[in-house]
Design a protein around this ligand. Sequence first.
Ligand code: SF4
Length: 433
Amino acid sequence: MTMSDSTIDYQKLRLDGIYKQNDAGDLMLRIKIPAGVLSAEQALKISDISERFSNGNLHLTTRGSIELHWLRYPDLATVAAQLAAVGLTSRGACGGAVRGIACSTTFAPGFETAQALARRLHRHFAGNPHFEGLPKKFKISVDAGYQKARHLIQDVGLVHVGSQRYDVWIAGGLGRQPQAGFLFEKQVAEERLIPLIEAIVRSYRKHTPPPKRLKFLANQLGEARLRELIRDEQTEAPESFPFCLLEQALTPNPATAGIVEFPVFAGELPAADLRGLAAIAAEHSGGFLAITANQNLAFIPADSRARQTIEAALTTSGVESAALGAKAAFRICPGSHLCRMGLALTRDITRQVLNVLGPKGQQLDWAISGCPNSCAQVQLADAGILVTKAVKAANGERQPRFSLLRRQGEDLGEAVASDLSLDDLLQTVAGLG
Ligand code: SF4
C-alpha cells in the first residue's frame, strides 16, 4: 500500500483508532483493551508489533487502552490483522464513536462484576456502526464504587452499587470546559443498561451539532429536557437484554489476595519489559494483566501464595520497575513528547516536580496534562497540573504556562494558582511540604 500524504484521509482514519502524530506522517494507533484486562498472548503480540512497526515502546493510557506511536501508513493493515489474531481492535478508539470502555481499576470490591459488564459493553459497542459517526467522542466507564470519582467525567459513567445494579451518571467531560456529569438514574438493573445507553447515544447523535459532546446538549437544553429526549428514545427499544452467563471476569477477585502493582513511569513501557511481565502473568496470575487508572500494570493473584511467587518473580525477572513511577501516584499524558496538541514536555516536567516534591506532596494523587484537553484527568487528581498555553519568551522560545488544581470535595478539582511559569510551579509544589 503506497499513498502520498495528500491522498490519506486522516479524518476517516480516526474511526480506526488512528491519529496523525506529526507532519512527517507518523501515526498513533490506540488499541482498545476490553476492561483494561490484557492476556499474556495479547501482551506478547503487542510487544512484537511495537518492535516491528513502532519504536519498541508502548504507552498505557488512563482509560486502560494501549497506544503505539511512530507507525507508518503502509503498515496499518498488517498491524490490524495481527491485533485481530489475538481478538483486539482499535476500531472506534478515536474519532466520533463509542470509545474503549474504561473499567474500574481501583480494584474496589465488586471489581469482577464491573469487569464482566465492561467486557460485555465492549463486545456490544466496539465496531458497531450504529454507534459510529457521532458528533464527537462518546466515553463510557464502569466503576466498582465511587472511589476516585471517574463517573463524573464520562458521557455515561456506571457505578456498581451491589446486586448487579448501577447508578447511571451522564453528560460529564473534561477539555476546555470541564463539567461534572449528573445522576440520571439510580440502581438500574444490569439487563436494562444496554438499551438505556443506546437511547442516550441516539439522543446525542440526533440533537448535538458536531463537534460537541453530550455535556453541550445538557447545557443547551437543560437536564429535564435531556431526560425527556432519552425517555422518548427508550420507547423504541426493548426494555432489557438478557444476561450473558459466560461473560465473566477474566481475573480473580482482588479482594482475595490484593494486587501486585508494577509502576510504569508515565505509562511508557518498553515492549521487552511487557514481554517479561506477560511471561510472569502466564505462569503465576492466570494469564492476565490489568492496566490501572494511573497507567501502571497490575497482577491479580488467586491467593497469597501466588502473590508471593509473583513478587519473587518480579525481583528476579530483570524487568526494571521505574523508580520514579513508584515515588508518587502520577498520571502523565504524553504531552509534546508524542502528541501534536502538546504544549509542554510533560515527562521532563514531571521528573522536575518529583525532584522537589516533599513528603506531604508525595502522599497525594497527581496528574499532569500537556494541554487543556486534560487526557490525564487532572481534575480528578488530589493535585493536578494543567498546561494552559505556551507564551513566546524574549529569546523566541515558547514557554509553557501552568495551572495548579486541587480537588478538595466531591466535585471536580479547580485551579488554585494560574499562569505559573515552570519556576513558579516548582516553587509552589515544593511549598506543599
Ligand atoms: S492532554 Fe493534550 S497534550 Fe496531553 S495527550 Fe491529550 S491532547 Fe495530547
